[in-house]
Ligand binder design. Structure first.
Ligand code: NAD
Ligand code: TYD
Length: 341
């Protein structure tokens, strides 16, 4: 595999994946297509911008002519689709952009890849398509799809489109479904970077509901290694789950973050619950371990400490983000302003 076209490479996971691939495979070149929405930040890849193996094209995956032209010009060996609207809370306020990018955008990519005979396609999906678990059990690849948020529904729709192209057209796609990622370059609207950012400036940490909801956390590099393994060795038409085998309640995670940051628990503020808030996610990733020879490597304690250090040493990165459109979003979501200076 020589050339990979990634979409959404300026976001959190996409930028980590691009850096991971360029750093571990000297024979690879990457074409990154990103619309640069509020969540897309080219600064996330500033360190590889001058690498001759890396190209960036600003554009929208919904724009069929642009996608056809870009894929026609670089003739990739594989397309990896990270591009998405990715925040559940935003999808509750307005599902429109989620339907457009996550569903229509995926359809455009599938059609163009098929027309141009792209030999490999990977759809980056989420465990949220499976819905919510109770106290017991795990999501396997056979768990029926039962999305509860508009975000999850748009991702499930895209997964089903991919499945239908595999069945109908023998399209060479794989789907990966991963649990909650943490690590560097995550947009500070998601729990971990938001709470680090708030805690460092002694602002309240808004915990939804009673904080007993459970998430299965995986380091973003373990996810990137999983995507690479599925891209290289996954069977067309198959789905692969990835998770960190690391279930934590939101309140325990919040306390852990405050403790590591040496901040008081009095910063915890219980706020109104998210509507339709999924209670528990937990992934059975034994298929990926068995068939892709993949396993999560980053221990949560170590990964969390490193992640906190990264955010503390990249204060300007966060400040530049928070000066943008994100400020108005934060005000609407939590009813308070972000002070940036
Ligand atoms: P992100 O919001 O950080 O990044 C999304 C990127 O997509 C941004 O760079 C944005 O500019 C780009 N984008 C959005 N709409 C676009 C469009 N129409 N055309 C081109 N580019 C567009 O998201 P993320 O957290 O990095 O997630 C990446 C993928 O992984 C998503 O598909 C998401 O559903 C999936 N995923 C995320 C997690 C997680 O914990 N973050 C877990 C499992 C799966
Ligand atoms: P999030 O990072 O938005 O990821 P997801 O909704 O995809 O799981 O949220 C992780 C968990 O943290 C989820 O249970 C919702 C909760 N949460 C809060 O309690 N407060 C917050 O301000 C945010 C953003 C999330």
């Amino acid at each position: 595999m020589q050339c990979i076209l990634v979409t959404g490479g300026c976001g959190f996971i996409g930028s980590n994946f691009v850096r991971h691939m360029l750093g571990t495979d000297s024979g690879i070149s990457i074409v990154n297509v990103d619309a640069l929405t509020y969540a897309g930040n080219p600064e996330n890849l500033a360190d590889v911008a001058d690498d001759s193996r890396y190209q960036f094209h600003r554009g929208d995956i919904i724009d069929r002519d642009f996608i056809a032209e870009t894929i026609g010009a670089c003739k990739p060996d594989a397309v990896v689709n990270f591009a998405a609207e990715s925040h559940v809370d935003r999808s509750i306020h307005d599902s429109g952009p989620f339907v457009q990018t996550n569903i229509v955008g995926t359809q455009v990519l599938l059609d163009v890849c098929r027309e141009r005979d792209v030999p490999r396609y990977l759809q980056v999906s989420t465990d949220e398509v499976y819905g919510s678990l109770g106290e017991d059990g795990y999501f396997t690849e056979e768990t029926p799809l039962a999305p509860n948020s508009p975000y999850a529904a748009s991702k499930a729709s895209a997964d089903l489109l991919v499945r239908s192209y595999c069945e109908t057209h023998r399209f060479p796609a794989v789907v990966t479904r991963c649990s909650n990622n943490y690590g560097p370059y995550q947009f500070p609207e998601k729990l971990i970077p938001l709470f680090i950012s708030n805690a460092r400036s002694d602002k309240p940490l808004p915990v939804y509901g009673d904080g007993t909801n459970v998430r299965d956390w995986i380091h973003v590099l373990d996810h990137c290694r999983g995507i690479e393994a599925a891209l290289r060795n996954g069977q067309a038409g198959e789905v692969y789950n990835f998770g960190g085998r690391c279930e934590v309640t939101n309140i325990d995670l919040t306390r852990k973050l405050l403790n590591l940051l040496d901040k008081p628990e009095s910063l915890i503020k219980f706020v109104k619950d998210r509507p339709g808030h999924d209670f528990r996610y937990a992934i059975d990733c034994s298929k990926a371990e068995r068939e892709l020879n993949w396993t999560p490597q980053v221990d949560f304690e170590t990964g969390l400490k490193e992640t906190i250090d990264w955010y503390l040493s990249h204060e300007e990165w966060a400040q530049r983000i928070q000066s943008g459109e994100y400020r108005q979003w934060y005000e609407r979501q939590y009813g308070e302003r972000i002070e940036t200076s």
